[in-house]
Design a binder for this molecule. Structure first.
Ligand code: ADP
Ligand code: ASP
Ligand code: MG
Length: 448
């Protein structure tokens, strides 16, 4: 392991001048060699998606949004840089903005917007934020370099959700990035973006900067990955949903994967995989309260006491109920239905089966439901939308007291589906109304 720390700062951590100055303070307080991975300033990725979409039909609206993005970054420069670096930083921002403008005009002429083009559009969010931050560090005379993640994070060509090629990434980073740490103390890189083997820009999926941090951490052999965000670690529920949510000191990798998979936006689900391989601890910390302890995510460890740790929510989920045909082989019917989902790359969130029924949960729209019903006319297929509530903890199934308390908490609510024991860590509930209340009630078990 090298004495390099990967520090990733999310969108709200680099949202504006004061947030960026906060980040400056945090990284200055850390004496090790650092790779600093930044997201786009809060909201900018969404704005770039709007730019891309408006470029097709309404070029002047697209230009208006590009102006807004440009103004935002220049404002940060005005508020942070005082020396001659201010002009230099402005020029660099102008160059990037010019590329967005030209691409927007090109999209308008072509009247085409492919996922590949969308990735190129959105890549500018991280290119802009890292450029501004680079100049803030230069102004502070920090020995720093700005790199382009397109040169290091090599992926396949699945635009919008590209998968990293770890072999190529490791070799690039070992040959070209590690030597740079002999010259620089702090190296800044864009999160979220990479490129395919033909050099075309790709992205790792929304929220993908966490993943970037983890990939860099693995390839660098970093001693720690720090995910700096706007809350003090992983909490017992989304604090936007449950005000009393408390920070969880330590969590296992499997727990955090389940939580992320079932909607807790605090970490990107794939983040964790590369770090597991290398046994690198991940810390989730608060940029706006840097002394708070936060959460450490570790390899799976066995706690002795059963405990409910956290609750997450995935809204607008469809529950599909297939009534299986008694005359046909049950297993073959199930495999056939599952294949339908595999072929269309639709993620199944949960499933359960009995002699007469197959239940599947997925995030699908009405058109997809209609297509599915049209394909499976032999079956009676019922589709219901609702919210999937996910309970994650340690051995929750073994704790009879906890289970009976849980049932008491929900006894007055209509819960459409309960699944215990997918594994000892996870249970799922499906509700169509009063979801927030149900979550608050269940959360009160954690608070006790
Ligand atoms: P960043 O921009 O730093 O990547 P995100 O918005 O992606 O930040 O993730 C942080 C947000 O995740 C928090 O503001 C919080 O509302 C949300 N969140 C959802 N579930 C949880 C949870 N269990 N613990 C902490 N935060 C959560
Ligand atoms: N900027 C990207 C997004 O908004 C990636 C990230 O913030 O992690 O999805
Ligand atoms: Mg995020």
């Amino acid at each position: 392991m090298r004495n390099i720390t990967v520090m990733k700062f999310g969108g709200s951590s680099v949202a504006n001048a004061s947030a960026m100055l906060n980040v400056l303070k945090i990284i200055s307080a850390n004496n090790s060699k650092k790779l600093v991975v930044l997201s786009a300033c809060k909201g900018v990725t969404d704005l770039l998606i709007e730019v891309a979409n408006f470029s097709l039909q309404n070029l002047s609206k697209a230009t208006e949004i590009i102006d807004e993005i440009s103004k935002h970054h220049k404002q940060i420069i005005e508020n942070t840089l005082k020396t001659e670096l201010r002009n230099k930083a402005r020029e660099e921002i102008e160059k990037l903005i010019k590329q967005v403008r030209e691409y927007s005009e090109g999209t308008h002429l072509l009247q085409e917007l492919t996922p590949k083009m969308m990735d190129y559009f959105v890549s500018f969010g991280e290119k802009l934020s890292t450029t501004v931050f680079y100049y803030i560090l230069l102004e502070e005379k920090i020995n720093t370099a700005l790199i382009n993640s397109e040169n290091y994070i090599i992926t396949n060509s699945k635009f919008g959700e590209a998968e990293p090629n770890f072999t190529l990434i490791k070799s690039k980073i070992q040959k070209e990035l590690i030597p740079q740490f002999e010259i620089y103390d702090t190296i800044i890189a864009q999160g979220f973006i990479g490129s395919d083997t033909d050099g075309r820009t790709t992205t790792l999926g929304r929220g993908g900067s966490d993943y970037s941090a983890s990939i860099y951490g693995l390839a660098l052999g970093a001693n720690e990955i720090q995910i700096w965000t706007d809350v003090s670690g992983v909490k017992s529920a989304d604090p936007r949903l449950v005000e009393q949510a408390i920070t969880i000191d330590e969590m296992t990798i499997d727990e955090i994967r389940e939580l992320s998979f079932y909607g807790a936006k605090v970490l990107h689900p794939d983040t964790i995989k590369p770090a597991i391989e290398a046994g690198i601890p991940i810390k989730v910390l608060n940029t706006f309260s840097p002394l708070d302890q936060g959460t450490v995510i570790k390899e799976n460890f066995q706690e002795s006491q059963p405990k409910l740790h956290s609750i997450s929510l995935l809204s607008e989920v469809t529950k599909l109920h297939f009534h299986l045909d008694a005359k046909r082989n049950n297993n073959l019917q199930v495999v056939d239905i599952l294949n339908y989902f595999i072929r269309r790359d639709i993620k199944i969130l949960s499933s359960s089966q009995s002699e007469t029924s197959l239940l599947l949960f997925a995030k699908i729209d009405n058109q997809q439901i209609d297509n599915l019903k049209a394909t499976y006319t032999d079956y009676q297929v019922e589709a219901n939308k609702g919210d999937l509530i996910c309970l994650v903890g340690n051995n929750i199934l073994l704790d009879k007291e906890l289970l009976s308390e849980l049932f008491k908490k929900i006894e007055n609510y209509q819960v459409d589906y309960i699944q215990f024991g997918i594994n000892k860590q996870l249970s799922l509930l499906f509700s169509k109304e009063n979801t927030k209340e149900i979550i608050e009630k269940i959360h009160s078990i954690i608070g006790n």
